[in-house]
Design a protein. Sequence first.
Length: 190
Amino acid sequence: MKIYTKTGDKGTTALFGGTRVPKHHIRIDSYGTVDELNSYLGLIRDQEINNHYKNVLIDIQNKLFTVGAILATDPEKAILKNGKERLNIEKIKTTDIEVLEQEMDNMNEALPPMTHFVLPGGHQTVSFCHIARCVCRRTERLASALNELEPFEANALKYLNRLSDYLFVLARKLSHDLQANEIKWIPEKM
């Protein structure tokens, strides 16, 4: 299989289903940002962190491929002539979202209560988490805008929303585990 096809040389690319759209199309931007997020999760997973978190991140990365496939599918060609779905993979389920919630609950039990916003940083691994959280929020904003134009499966958008929360809690937990200094943001008084 060749990596280069030359079909995108004029600034277009194909959606799943064959429809060609400009590479700057919001659908392409949406699933491209999912890919960017997935790469940052790989960077976090490559750090010296607890194996449990690495395994959770692998599961999340797999789910993000599913979200990307959902976003990459032309909604007008999502159903085949025989009535079956073109995208023949397991979709994001409510239980996938609940896993993120349970993971956050488990991590929060070991953390002091949050009383202020926290400045990103304190340790390189923690910073990678905060970058991933920000990319996840951007992904969610793009997917939300796409959903207004061409609705897609609601659980995919919910998953992205919960994932950014998970990444914030993971950053706090890794700060705790790595004994990094968590700096609170305290606004200056006028």
